[in-house]
Unconditional design. Structure first.
Lengths: 289, 231, 588
């Protein structure tokens, strides 16, 4: 029972990060129909930006996160500008183009920070909380809390602001949105920037949990993407549920199959999406694919 | 107010509309009728900048529509109700309406007037637009276009897929709006509805204007029947 | 000319080792392995359109199988190689199963996940040597020739490479390759033309596995050491870049791209971060500005802009079969509660031209989609020549003689007009594909026969001048004619035409009527959806009118046109629009 709960906590912590990555994928996909394979690399850049700033300045971790958000937001805008010709085009081209961009970001990271990577000290260096024998690391609580906060802010933005409503409108029907006076290109750029900001949050949170290195984006990106797909591509609740599900799957696979966890995770993932290709919330997603 | 001169629409190699010209003066109601595939929708879309177009002239008041980006037309007072309604299905009714007023402040919108015109929308204002019936969605689409306080409203097949009672209801609303001074361009396959609502009509066939006249005259014109039914 | 170029290239390749130092030779050997991999990826992704990101894993399966079987099980190198190829093909089959359920990015991520799963396994499994890999793979024995020499191994590689390049080119240009390309462009239309989509997708993955396996065997023989990092996701993306830069739908382009990038990578090995930056930038630029890659820069298709249609040559007349060709009985189709068709019943006797008309959104195309197998009806049956065909897949219906055209023209845009027609002519089952390996000459003979029949059809429909153009480059009227020619190439007994006159001018509509009459005269039953009422009235023997998903009238055209319900559906409710004779009567 304790082992189960312990695994559950680890799973939820990673699940929260996967959910953030998956939301980044989803918001870009549903607004502009672009599957952004460079997203994982943006997460990596976010992790580097936050950890470098945090370790160099010793300012609070929150400040480092804000810096990372600004950095990746700008990168997001640049990527969107470059890849605009690919929006709503042939999927293969998007895939390759965004993978190319990912390779560029990875190479830049190697040039700036070196190929070896660095460990990030835990920003909340307190003892884990002991709840009936289950040890909850305080950092896990921070991760879950920040992820929940980011999700809530995103939901508020989409539900309550004019720009958010306009972005949703563009996702649902860009022609009708144009007729309403909404500038589709600007809305897409906003979506991309938001996606990149979510990547920064995910990246800065995962930094202290993993070893920050230039190739971390690949695996994180793929897992976040898989989480988005598990939940139903393009659906925001789907991204959250999919992220959690993937995190738990990962944690239980790690608990029961040790070093073969990745093998088990991806085989289970393949079987699940075979059975339900549209994902858990697939019915509700925007029909883009 | 709206002046269309020699407008042509081509999709790839397909000619959808050719050399269409018409003008709309303030308060006028113009109908464009014709069978399916006659080029009515393409004409309207081209005016809105949503279809590839060529024209000798395309002006709305002082604005050259050939140079204006499609999303700026609303600001100049050109409202558009697309064919097949195209409401935002995943957003609540009220949000749909507010998006119609995207270009202006959400603090002073004519939303109460729209609710007065379509009380059912007020009842349903928290429902998702996708959950509305076809007729309610059509009202929502019209309401959304009204939210920008347009001077001219372009409507594309508002009767499509609606029951006769709902068509009559839409007709009544359009007449009322027109009486209140809103200029209307109504593209319709439903000739009866168009003749009731509008004073002048164009009949399109194979992408060109085949006949023009007052709605009253065209109502009894055998050409209309030939174009529709091939007799 | 092409042959000469090929022979010259082969001769140059044969002499190449005399000009190279030992290390350069090794680099070339590795580059050729990448080229084999790239051909495999080009076949699955470029030709068949299957997003397969597990190619590098198939490569790994081949290499690891050889390593494990030789060092662990003590098998000979070549025995192990044969088993390794089998293993790679099986891996291809397994990885291909998801393709039956999903496509595009979904398929991409699942295959990528499977590749990660494979890497995870080899990095941790004891039998695969964990992270250290497996060394001491024996030198492949070859009649006393020492294949541990990079120079001599080169010749083995060269021969294998040429054989598999030839196989890939043969497959691409054969009827199978045509179907694969058609599936890539538009799988629905390909299905309607008789291509078994599920089997074709599996075929693509089997080919992918085969080429991965071959590359893996060569790699094991050359390096004699396997370790996980060779089969990493990074190398998968490098492989992708090769295929994209070369031009994914051109096999030769893939080879060129692979060789070029392999050499560039080698040259920049010391500054690998800059190399990665460089090829990342190149990939982005290529994708944004030259989506067809190097191959796209070189190839020029014949433009058909000014081409003209020749006259249509009438079919000979033949008596139609007796009886009823198509019966639709109580068909209802709902989409998530929305009723598109409600209890439709109609029957079309042999040799009739049946018109289906109705206002927008009345369910006409939905009806076609049910009849041609694209949709399963919610209720009701469809019978063809008295046999129940409800729920049959489109390709089965196609093989039973149902041909259709599409409202918005679904020609295969990257295939020439001739190839579009050839696809219609090809009536083989995909199960036939074993012959591509067993008796390729029989395939070639069959293919020549198809070409002759295609010329006949092209001549009949007056398409000689445009036969080599891609449909995209042609005027719309010609594209419409091509689609009918393609449908008639299937020798159907029932032809479904969805708005064949849309976008045509007056003269073209007249020619269309002539063609449809001649088709009927040759014994084919025709059902046509059309908005041009003039055409419907003059062409059809019998008209069925749909409105809001129901049949509201059914009868000869002149009767239907005065039916009050029809008038109401078209002109608006209950408008008593006077007929011309009534007007004359009133005025007189």
């Amino acid at each position: 029972m304790q082992v189960l709960l312990q695994t559950l906590i680890g799973g939820i912590t990673f699940g929260a990060v996967y959910a953030l990555v998956a939301m980044g994928f989803s918001i870009v996909y549903r607004t502009m129909g672009l599957v952004n394979f460079a997203h994982g690399s943006v997460v990596m850049i976010g992790a580097y930006a936050a950890s470098t700033f945090y370790m160099a300045t010793r300012l609070p971790f929150a400040v480092a996160m804000v810096v990372a958000i600004v950095v990746t937001g700008l990168i997001g805008l640049i990527i969107e500008r470059f890849l605009r010709p690919l929006e709503n085009k042939d999927f293969t081209l998007m895939l390759i183009g965004t993978i190319g961009f990912g390779a560029v970001l990875e190479a830049l990271a190697i040039l700036i920070w070196g190929a070896t990577g660095h460990a990030v000290p835990n920003p909340v260096a307190t003892e884990p909380i002991d709840l009936g024998g289950v040890r909850i690391p305080t950092y896990s609580l921070l991760v879950i809390g920040v992820a929940a906060l980011a999700t809530a802010l995103l939901a508020l933005f989409l539900q309550r602001t004019k720009t958010g409503a306009a972005m949703q409108a563009v996702a649902m029907d860009h022609e009708a949105a144009t007729a309403c006076g909404i500038h589709v290109g600007r809305s897409n750029a906003t979506a991309f920037a938001i996606g990149a900001c979510l990547a920064a949050v995910a990246g800065s949170l995962i930094g202290p949990m993993l070893y920050v290195n230039p190739t971390m984006g690949g695996t994180l990106g793929i897992k976040g993407f898989a989480a988005a797909m598990l939940g139903g591509f393009g659906s925001m609740p789907g991204a959250i549920v999919g992220g959690m599900a993937f995190g738990l799957l990962d944690a239980f696979a790690a608990g029961n199959f040790q070093e073969y966890s990745e093998l088990v995770t991806f085989v289970v993932f393949a079987v699940v999406v075979m059975i339900r290709p549209m994902g858990i919330f697939g019915e509700a997603t925007v029909n883009r694919a | 107010m709206l002046r269309v001169e020699g407008l042509s629409v081509h999709y790839g190699g397909v000619r959808a509309a050719h050399d269409v010209s018409f003008t709309v003066v303030p308060g006028q109601s113009l109908g464009i009728i014709g069978a399916n595939g006659a080029g009515k929708t393409s004409t309207l879309k081209a005016v809105m900048g949503l279809a590839p177009r060529q024209a000798r002239g395309l002006r709305f008041g002082e604005v050259d529509l050939l140079k204006a980006a499609p999303h700026t037309l609303v600001r100049h007072g050109l409202g558009y109700v697309p064919e097949g309604r195209h409401v935002f299905p995943g957003l609540p009714v009220e949000k749909n309406l507010l998006l119609g007023a995207y270009t202006s402040s959400w603090k002073q919108t004519p939303i109460d007037e729209v609710y007065e015109l379509f009380p059912v929308l007020k009842e349903m204002r928290h429902r998702l637009a996708g959950a509305l019936s076809g007729g309610q969605q059509q009202m929502l689409a019209v309401g959304r276009a009204l939210m920008c306080r347009p001077k001219v409203m372009l409507l594309d097949e508002p009767s499509m897929g609606l029951s006769p009672i709902l068509v009559a209801e839409i007709a009544a609303v359009l007449k009322r709006l027109n009486d209140d001074g809103l200029a209307i361009v109504l593209v319709e396959q439903n000739a009866k509805l168009t003749f009731e609502v509008t004073t002048t009509c164009l009949v399109m066939e194979n992408g060109e204007i085949a006949a023009t006249g007052t709605s009253a005259d065209l109502r009894h014109d055998p050409r209309v029947r030939r174009i529709y039914l091939g007799l | 000319m092409r042959w000469l170029l090929g022979i010259a290239a082969f001769a140059a390749a044969w002499l190449l080792p005399y000009a190279l130092g030992g290390y350069s030779m090794h680099v070339v050997d590795v580059a050729i392995i990448f080229a084999v991999l790239a051909i495999g990826l080009g076949l699955t992704m470029g030709v068949a359109g299957q997003i397969n990101l597990a190619q590098v894993a198939f490569f790994g399966v081949g290499a690891y199988a050889v390593a494990i079987l030789t060092t662990g099980a003590g098998l000979g190198f070549w025995t192990a190689s044969v088993l390794a190829l089998v293993a790679a093909v099986v891996a291809g089959l397994l990885a291909g199963i998801p393709a039956l359920r999903m496509q595009s990015h979904y398929l991409g991520i699942v295959t990528l996940g499977l590749a990660l799963a494979f890497i995870n396994w080899v990095t941790n499994a004891h039998v695969a040597g964990r992270a250290e890999g497996i060394s001491d793979i024996p030198v492949p024995p070859m009649f006393g020739i020492d294949l541990s020499s990079a120079y001599l191994f080169y010749y083995v590689e060269l021969i294998v490479f040429v054989v598999f390049l030839a196989l890939a080119l043969f497959v691409t240009h054969s009827p199978l390759g045509r179907r694969l390309r058609a599936m890539r462009d538009d799988d629905l239309a390909a299905g309607a033309l008789g291509a078994e989509i599920p089997l074709l997708r599996m075929t693509a993955f089997v080919l992918s596995g085969l080429y991965g396996g071959v590359a893996g065997v060569l790699y094991a023989g050359l390096i004699r050491f396997v370790a996980p990092e060779t089969f990493s996701i990074g190398n998968m993306f490098l492989l992708l870049a090769m295929v994209i830069i070369g031009g994914r739908s051109s096999i030769v382009g893939c080879v060129v791209g692979a060789l070029a990038l392999a050499f560039v990578r080698e040259a920049l090995l010391d500054v690998s971060a800059f190399a990665q930056l460089g090829y990342g930038v190149i990939v982005v630029l290529v994708v944004v500005f030259f989506p067809k890659g190097l191959a796209g820069l070189l190839s020029r298709r014949k433009a058909g802009g000014r081409a003209r249609l020749g006259p249509f040559q009438e079919y000979g007349t033949a008596a139609a079969d007796e009886g009823t060709v198509l019966e639709v009985e109580g068909v209802t189709k709902r989409f998530r509660g929305l009723v598109a068709l409600e209890d439709i019943t109609l029957s079309v006797p042999a040799g009739q031209i049946r018109g289906i008309v109705g206002p927008n959104g009345s369910g006409k195309t939905t009806l076609f989609n049910v009849v041609s197998g694209f949709y399963s009806p919610t209720r009701g049956r469809v019978r063809l020549h008295g046999r129940d065909v409800t729920n049959l897949a489109p390709y089965r219906l196609s093989l039973r003689g149902v041909a259709r055209t599409f409202q918005n023209l679904r020609l295969f845009e990257d295939l020439s007009v001739r190839e579009n027609v050839l696809l219609g002519l090809d009536r083989t089952r995909t199960a036939w594909i074993w012959r591509y390996l067993a008796t390729p000459w029989a395939v070639a003979r069959y293919s020549r026969g198809l070409n002759r029949s295609a010329e006949e059809i092209i001549a009949r429909f007056g398409l000689q001048e445009v036969a080599d153009a891609v449909p995209r480059a042609l005027p719309y009227g010609i594209q419409r004619r091509v689609e009918i020619a393609r449908a008639m190439a299937m020798s159907p007994s029932l032809l479904l035409l969805d708005e064949p006159a849309a976008g045509l001018n007056g003269e073209e509509v007249r020619q269309l009527a002539e063609i449809v009459r001649s088709i009927r005269g040759s014994g084919v039953t025709v059902v046509v959806i059309e908005h041009n009422m003039g055409l419907v009235m003059s062409l059809c023997d019998h008209v069925t009118v749909l409105s809001s998903g129901r049949v509201i009238a059914d009868g000869p055209p002149d009767e239907v046109a005065v039916d009050p319900d029809v008038v109401a559906a078209y002109l608006g409710d209950s408008m008593a629009a006077p007929t011309e004779s009534e007007v004359e009567h009133a005025e007189g």
